[in-house]
Design a protein around this ligand. Sequence first.
Ligand code: AKG
Length: 312
Amino acid sequence: MKAFYEIQARDLTPESLRSAMDSRGYALIRGLLPLDAVSTVLGDVTEVLSSAGWLIDGHDPVERRANPSAACGDPDPRFKKVYQRVFNLESFHALPHHPALRAVMEMLSGDIVLVHPKPIGRLIFPHCERLVTHAHQDYEFMGGDPEFFTVWIPFHDCPVEVGPLQILEGSHRFGIQPHQREGLHVPEIPAGSEIGSGWAGGPVYAGDVLIFHSLTVHAAAPNLSHQLRLSLDCRFQDARRVLHPSNLVFAGESGKSWEKTYAGWRSDKLKYYWKILPLTLKPTKADLIQLAETAETPEARARYFRMVSQID
Ligand SMILES: O=C(O)CCC(=O)C(=O)O
């Protein structure tokens, strides 16, 4: 596997970033985020994990020493309960809005950037093959306009044995690649069938961010350490481009809501921030109302109904 293409944050220019994104479909920016911003999230997340019994007693929670008997992952209800507490953290939502990251995303998406409001937290126990993220393209999951970018941010140093993300260089040039869905909780591109010009990987350190295009194929390395791997991934786009409304609401059956997410926050600054942006939703609210009546299965109709009820 080749080493990541990396740019030091202090050397980054709009031209170097766009050129990497066009030719390789990604760039690893070293040292972009201040360590205190990242370690605040690490502290908050590990406090939740420690109180849930996921970490071994007698160690500082920020060491992330995994309790093997607690190992779980999505869609296990035990995982979802703890994940919900992580998702509700104010610091978890604040990190993607860090001014240093926003300035970089403006280089790619222009001056009216939409930070998608639902970052995804990854709480990856070691030595659990079933929890390793397999090859996929984010566009397959997010819809909307393919001109969006994902940013992967570890909350701690992530040497290769802790299972950082890997990137299939140049894979964004081949359109949507076939994903297998049958029998899988999460669709993936079957191993060996992904198209690109070679996998790239290597350690990613606290403060680094890995940015990639929505069509860039990526996968995680297995976590072969004794520690949990903790990271988030969030998505950014020009706010004037089309957005799928599922990226703004909670379409599943979990009963999640923005009100519940915000319940313990101290500041109002990042609450509902996207509502003042000139967003173009596709499907539109009118389309969703129709789909809530006409979609093929009762589950799909209920899903559209939940989306309609959360969009105003
Ligand atoms: O962190 C992971 O394991 C998966 C991340 C991912 O798939 C993404 O950032 O889109």
